[in-house]
Design a protein around this ligand. Structure first.
Ligand SMILES: [Zn+2]
Length: 265
């Protein structure tokens, strides 16, 4: 036996509290290995179907923020896979749904997945299937298509560090019957929020936050969509305010002189 086999055995014993010893290590090993087969990183043999996808493949677009600020939708998951190769995913909720038919009740799994790069981008997706794994895959694909950005900054009056550890300003969002307010907090506070908002904000890369929420906050989907809607509030800001908040104003100031010099020369 290899050292790895012992690790699997220990993991299995921990899971079953050491009671069920009938299962062989080889079966355990196969079950653990199956999980790692999912492909990761940028896609190979990808043939884009949309113009945005074509531009991403030709390296005309190199940042996901360009697509999001253009206001164009992401219709291919490969766009996200190419531009954000270190995206991670997390399960928010797995539940069953029922439907009555002539032959009895039909069950399906409904899975809510969260994806994020822990650097200002995250997405929520829902998938349904008769089995859990296909539902998860659908949900991850949907989450990548629904990717949103949340600008990070240091907006707290009690903090002067200037690092990207919290939000640049107070934002509010609502979804269903839920209202949510997110306030910038000084460094070291941590995420003061309920467990759904905490999960989403950790995935988005926020480290310190104060929050307020009311309504039916136990609903996982509505709660996480309230965070998405709050993040979108910054996207809907106009002109100079948006540039100040997202830091894109500096880039805009640098570009015009270059453009003016070019025709003269
Ligand atoms: Zn700070």
């Amino acid at each position: 036996m290899f050292a790895r086999d012992f690790a699997y055995q220990r993991a299995y014993q921990r899971k079953t509290h050491g009671k069920r010893r009938g299962k062989s290590v080889i079966i355990m090993r196969r079950r653990f290995d199956r999980r790692r087969e999912e492909p990761r990183g940028p896609p190979v043999n990808w043939q884009p179907m949309t113009s945005v996808g074509q531009q991403v493949k030709n390296k005309e677009i190199v940042s996901i923020d360009d697509i999001l600020s253009m206001g164009k939708g992401i219709l291919e998951t490969e766009i996200v896979d190419t531009l954000l190769p270190n995206l991670v995913d997390e399960t928010m909720e797995v539940c069953t749904t029922q439907r009555m038919t002539d032959s009895g009740r039909k069950y399906k799994y409904r899975v809510i997945m969260l994806v994020g790069d822990k650097n200002g981008h995250f997405g929520i997706g829902v998938g349904k299937s008769e089995e859990v794994k296909p539902a998860m895959e659908t949900a991850i694909r949907e989450a990548k298509k629904n990717l949103v950005s949340i600008p990070l900054g240091c907006g707290s009056w009690e903090c002067t560090c200037g690092l990207k550890h919290t939000l640049p300003l107070t934002i509010a969002g609502e979804y269903g019957g839920i209202e949510l307010v997110l306030k910038p907090a000084p460094k070291g506070i941590g995420i003061c929020a309920n467990k759904v908002v905490r999960k989403v904000l950790i995935m988005a890369g926020v480290k310190d936050i104060w929050s307020f929420s009311r309504g039916r906050t136990s609903n996982v989907y509505n709660m996480s969509m309230a965070v998405v809607n709050a993040a979108k509030q910054i996207r809907y800001m106009k002109g100079a305010a948006y540039e100040v908040v997202t830091g894109s104003g500096q880039v805009a100031q640098q570009q015009p002189p270059v453009a003016e010099e070019a025709p003269e020369a």
